[in-house]
Design a protein around this ligand. Structure first.
Ligand SMILES: [Zn+2]
Length: 304
């Protein structure tokens, strides 16, 4: 059995949103309960909590945006993103969890990790919050990894929504490859297949738009056929996965129909396509049972 690092902290439950909001603390409570129920909790290497520093966040985010998050003001930050009393704290720990996973990979404690965090990150732009996201956890992690000597980072984003923030942050950068599959014509309406990066970053962004109703067949075509050669050619030092389980057939946020078996096969393909360490970072997934099942399936495959 492979060693798998797992990052989770109760602080992630303290990012509170309005009752009608899809991103509820119960999402994470369901994941940890399911991993315990399935007997997987004891098999994981539990990663100690870590708070990202201001310096860590500033590798990606604008100083005035960070100031606003740290100001202590609570309430609505933008259309879909809210700050409760401990949201900023949770956001620092969410980003920090991925940094700690990377440090422990460097120490050879494991080569695979899963960070069960919230708030999520991939919609967050350098200078503003967006779509439930405060800090772009994966982007902050990519820049941190580079600061400690990992040169090339490959980001895979299978959330049903396009990771506009991540793509934009690395648009002009050839040291971070961004690969995304997402449902077409869905929030945030970015991520056209014609977008391949800008300037020196051209050729280092790859978007796959999935048609409404796509399921295991379409996703496995992307993850078994398209992704592996891209990863092999890029030869990354680290792979970060924006793991959004709103692709699940039972998820109400979109119209993609990937099953538990489809998720297992996608994870297997990702892990089988690289010798680099792989860190999964939770993004979306709003049907509580489907989310917990999806994470269990992911972790089981990572442990194999
Ligand atoms: Zn999503």
């Amino acid at each position: 059995m492979k060693k798998v690092g797992f990052a989770y902290d109760d602080i992630f439950l303290r990012h509170e949103t309005p009752v009608w909001h899809p991103d509820q603390p119960e999402r994470l409570a369901a994941i940890t309960a399911e991993l315990r129920r399935a007997g997987l909790w004891e098999s994981l290497v539990h990663i100690p909590r870590r708070k990202a520093t201001v310096e860590d966040i500033l590798r990606v985010h604008a100083p005035d945006y960070l100031e606003r998050i740290m100001s202590g003001k609570i309430g609505q930050l933008e259309d879909e993103t809210w700050l409760s009393e401990l949201s900023a704290e949770a956001a620092f720990y969410a980003a920090g969890a991925v940094l700690e996973a990377i440090d422990r990979i460097r120490l050879n404690e494991f080569q695979r990790a899963f960070c069960a965090v919230r708030p999520p990150g991939h919609h967050a732009e350098a200078a503003h919050a967006m779509g439930f996201c405060i800090f772009n956890n994966v982007a902050v992690a990519a820049r941190y990894a580079q600061s400690i000597g990992m040169r090339k980072i490959f980001i895979i984003d299978f959330d049903v929504h396009h990771g506009n923030g991540t793509q934009h942050i690395f648009d002009e950068d050839d040291s971070v490859f961004y690969f995304s599959t997402h449902q077409e014509l869905l929030y945030p309406n970015t991520g056209a297949e014609s977008e391949h990066g800008i300037g020196p970053g051209r050729g280092f962004t790859y978007n796959v738009e999935m048609r409404t109703g796509s399921g295991d067949r379409e996703y496995l075509a992307a993850y078994n056929d398209l992704l592996p050669p891209l990863m092999k050619r890029y030869f990354p030092d680290l792979v970060l996965v924006s793991a959004g389980y709103d692709i699940h057939t039972d998820d109400p946020m979109a119209a993609i129909r990937v099953t538990n078996e489809g998720i297992r096969a996608m994870v297997a393909s990702i892990l089988g396509s690289t010798y680099a360490p792989v860190v999964f970072v939770l993004e979306g997934g709003y049907q509580i049972k489907a989310l917990a099942d999806s994470v269990r399936v992911t972790i089981r495959e990572m442990l194999r």
